[in-house]
Design a protein around this ligand. Structure first.
Ligand SMILES: Cc1cc2nc3c(=O)[nH]c(=O)nc-3n(C[C@H](O)[C@H](O)[C@H](O)COP(=O)(O)O)c2cc1C
Length: 234
């Protein structure tokens, strides 16, 4: 798959089929992930793949509780999802959150069906900087394999319980960074078009100076009528 196609179409997929992901596919996903950049090449990361139905069942209960905690934070205006970017219409943000919640409800209600949970742990992840390249590589490699998924953080609300369930050696400094829910998607892949365009989020030489080019539409897939001064990617 073309790298741009993967970059543009690796959406978060929450409606997943229960079909198992073959072990060799899982190996390709993780083998791509461990090529990711990391500070000092210390590779202080560990991935716990969970596919045991009983364990998944216990994690499903915990996930639903953790989600309730997260949305409680959201409803009281706290937590990472509550605040839109400066200048963004709060009503538009509320609508985005409504849609994410709807799709998240499906994931939570069908959690037991998710074929593979991938828990990602790191030591001293530098606020996530040291582990998110590997997580994103895993999701991109999964995309190349036709496997979709979503990165979730909500189980960090019950991190001690998760550590205990998975036997994490916390005394060595391991902390859960994220959990990826992975599976073959029920829906279709599409371009992540619901993003603010480049010119709204970029500038040149000074915060207040224009970036210098307008990108009204995603540049992938390549189109004939790309605005003057731009080339489509891919
Ligand atoms: C740090 C981080 C945490 C996220 N946590 C969750 C989560 O707990 N549950 C969830 O359903 N999606 C989660 N997401 C996915 C975002 O909701 C998603 O990327 C965003 O809504 C844009 O959707 P799209 O990537 O499908 O275009 C998370 C993404 C990131 C980067």
């Amino acid at each position: 798959m073309d790298v741009y196609e993967a970059l543009y179409t690796t959406r978060m997929m929450r409606r997943l089929r229960p079909d198992p992901i073959p072990l060799d596919t899982q190996a390709r996903i993780l083998d791509a992930a461990v090529r990711a950049p990391n500070g000092g090449n210390t590779q202080r990361w560990h991935f716990v793949a969970v596919d045991d139905p009983e364990l998944k069942g216990e994690l499903a209960q915990l996930f639903r509780q953790a989600r309730a905690v997260e949305y409680e934070k959201f409803s009281t205006g706290t937590g990472p999802m509550a605040t839109p970017a400066p200048g963004v219409d709060p009503a538009a943000h509320a609508e985005t959150m409504r849609r994410i919640k709807g799709s998240g409800n499906y994931l939570a209600d069908h959690f037991e069906e998710i074929p593979l949970l991938l828990f990602v742990f790191a030591i001293d992840d530098l606020g996530g900087a040291n582990i998110y390249p590997a997580i994103w590589s895993a999701l991109l490699a999964a995309r190349a394999e036709g496997v979709g998924g979503v990165m979730t953080m909500v189980l960090r609300n019950f991190e001690d319980t998760v550590n205990e369930m998975l036997g994490v050696p916390v005394e060595e400094g391991w902390k859960m960074s994220a959990m990826l829910a992975l599976g073959y998607p029920r829906g279709k892949w599409g371009v992540a078009a619901n993003r603010r365009p480049v010119q709204e989020v970029s500038s040149r030489n000074h915060w207040d100076s224009p970036f210098g080019v307008e990108v009204p539409e995603p540049l992938w897939p390549p189109q004939q009528d790309v605005p003057a001064g731009l080339s489509a990617v891919g």
